[in-house]
Design a protein around this ligand. Structure first.
Ligand SMILES: [Zn+2]
Length: 343
């Protein structure tokens, strides 16, 4: 999908080009860049807007989820109609960003980021923007990007605290250097347990994109931003490789690329379970619409087929992945998957 059918007005980007620290050189590099946005929730919907509005050459929009009404207070790309129709976030994001226009080629990927899919989804990206909501996924990004010498920009927003970090192509320091145990922590704070200040994700994402522009302008100092707008505190520390041992930086070992993918998971903060098929193949969705006829309302779109049951809704995607809405445990999700989809 291309956002622009007519020539871009020559002054469209004049304000950012006139900002001397970024300037013509920074803009020219951005205009050659392919940016991948992973996760299109509170952080990602703002990141994707910045990437497109600022004039990137290509923007890959990656998200596994669909728009729901409770997203609307923070996720500025989406509308009530998207939520009502249950549109995949990547598809809705591309529709709205097409209306913004500009030079960016938009690539829609309604997929789950996992060890199996990461290289395919991020292939060719010059820089990766983190819009994820969990450390498991961020360590996968960290390890993949480190192994490929691809820069990426971490962002986190929980309760009233925001963080952002540019991880350079050499990874030093990388996320594992700074938060060695974050993916092992049994009870990390999440938006589910401690909530989130609704404007915070867009603040963090804007800061992530400032770091992206700074990197593209040629300044690749690593700074860890830590801020609390409610309490009026902002810190930006220049960070260097610490004294601790890091598997990626010290051994060129990538633990997240070696682990197996889990086949099911409860999504953060909601009664939604994601179930993966046991074998990798492309699924033909049309027969499911026929098979499910009479069981409940069935919807078919370009990216999914959905069955509304009294107790849950099953959205099945072409990679065999399903989101089961309305269940509160992985076991119930897997049981519905087996019954209505198969294995
Ligand atoms: Zn490291």
């Amino acid at each position: 999908m291309n956002t622009n059918d007519s020539p871009t007005p020559s002054d469209r980007f004049s304000r950012q080009r006139r900002f001397s620290a970024f300037g013509e050189e920074g803009h020219a590099r951005l205009a050659r860049s392919h940016l991948a946005v992973v996760g299109l929730g509170g952080l990602g919907s703002t990141l994707a807007q910045h990437a497109v509005r600022a004039g990137a050459r290509k923007v890959t929009l990656i998200d596994r989820d669909i728009v729901e009404e409770h997203n609307l207070p923070r996720q500025s790309l989406y509308t009530k109609d998207d939520a009502k129709r249950g549109v995949p976030k990547a598809e809705a994001a591309a529709e709205h960003l097409s209306a913004v226009g500009g030079p960016a080629e938009l690539v829609v990927r309604v997929r789950d980021l996992s060890r199996r899919t990461v290289s395919e989804l991020l292939e060719g990206a010059d820089l990766v923007l983190d819009g994820l909501d969990n450390f498991e996924g961020r360590f996968l990004l960290n390890d993949y990007c480190h192994s490929e010498n691809t820069p990426w920009v971490y962002g986190g927003a929980v309760a009233g605290n925001g963080m952002a970090l540019l991880v350079k192509p050499d990874g030093r320091p990388c996320l594992r250097c700074l938060f060695p145990d974050a993916d092992q922590s049994p009870t990390p704070d999440t938006c589910e347990t401690v909530g989130v200040l609704s404007p915070l994700p867009s603040l963090v994402a804007s800061l992530q994109f400032c770091e992206t522009m700074r990197y593209l302008s040629g300044d690749n100092t690593s700074r860890l931003w830590n801020f609390d707008p409610w309490g009026g505190r902002v810190f930006a520390h220049e960070v260097k490789k610490g004294s601790g041992h890091c598997a990626c930086c010290d051994e060129a070992r990538y633990p997240a690329l070696e682990q197996g993918d889990s086949l099911s998971a409860k999504l953060c903060g909601r009664d939604v379970v994601q179930v993966m098929p046991t074998t990798e193949r492309t699924w033909d969705l049309a027969p499911f619409a026929d098979r499910w006829e009479g069981l409940g309302k069935v919807e078919c779109t370009k990216f999914l087929v959905r069955l509304h049951l009294p107790e849950a809704a099953i959205s099945l995607f072409a990679d065999g992945r399903a989101l089961i809405q309305g269940v509160d445990s992985v076991e119930k999700g897997r049981s519905l998957y087996s019954k209505y989809v198969g294995s």
